[in-house]
Ligand binder design. Structure first.
Ligand code: DC
Length: 228
């Protein structure tokens, strides 16, 4: 590849759950020597806080206060992110099902989103980052150097999630239904719904391997670095 140190790009990867964003973002960041930032982890951390404090997921003011008064830290790293709340590592806990559901609910609130977006912009200062989420190309970094919208057939996305979490039988059906509901909520909410930015490159990973997706994105990175 072109020596990536010459210019530090901001790369936005958006898309629904199970499209492969996290794996791709982390592998791409590693290859480029960039920082990988998983914005969903911040919504998950706030959701966990709300669960712990027994706060309503519908109470925007309370959630915003909670976000402002908790220290939610996404450790900048080249591989995956560690997530800390007030210094406590919650990286594993925030992946559990109750938190996934709650994260999708707390993230519908415009003021909560504004607060998150401001923090995410601060983290991206200077470039050299691959940030993934739902609104990175549309809201967080509308001027990102490269925007990818990674999608896949819903059935494939569900299957990937279930395989990832090694879930089978009746709980697999329940989990698939939850995933569909989260998807619906993320795409239809009024504030920053999940949509591809107008200038995003849409990649459908349904029939592509991870390596193929990564190769395609690396070509696009090359083009951007070369100034196209
Ligand atoms: O990417 P994830 O599954 O960890 O995200 C968890 C939830 O957070 C998801 O249901 C939607 C929300 N989210 C968001 O609204 N905006 C982002 N940039 C990232 C995540």
């Amino acid at each position: 590849m072109t020596n990536p140190s010459q210019r530090k790009l901001i790369i936005a990867i958006d898309g629904p759950a199970g499209a492969g964003k996290s794996t791709i973002a982390s592998r791409l960041a590693r290859k480029l020597g960039y920082v990988n930032l998983e914005s969903g982890a911040m919504y998950r951390a706030l959701a966990l806080r709300a669960i712990e404090w027994d706060a309503s997921f519908d109470d925007e003011a309370a959630l915003l206060k909670m976000a402002q008064s908790s220290q939610i830290t996404l450790e900048r790293s080249i591989g995956g992110n560690r997530v800390l709340i007030n210094g406590k590592d919650v990286s594993r806990r925030i992946r559990e099902r109750d938190v996934s559901e709650a994260a999708s609910r707390v993230s519908v609130h415009p003021r909560v989103r504004e607060w998150m977006v401001a923090r995410q912009r601060e983290m991206g200062v200077g470039g050299g980052i691959v940030m993934e989420g739902r609104d990175i190309g549309t809201k967080v970094f509308p001027d990102a150097d490269l925007k990818i919208f990674l999608d896949a057939d819903p059935v494939i996305r569900e299957q990937r999630r279930l395989d990832q979490q090694k879930v089978k039988g009746p709980s697999a059906r329940a989990m698939a239904a939850e995933l569909r509901e989260r998807d619906r909520r993320d795409r239809t909410r009024a504030a920053s719904p999940l949509v591809a930015a107008e200038d995003a490159v849409v990649l459908d990973s349904t029939n592509l391997t991870e390596d193929e997706v990564l190769d395609r994105i690396e070509e696009l990175v090359e083009e951007r670095l070369a100034g196209h």
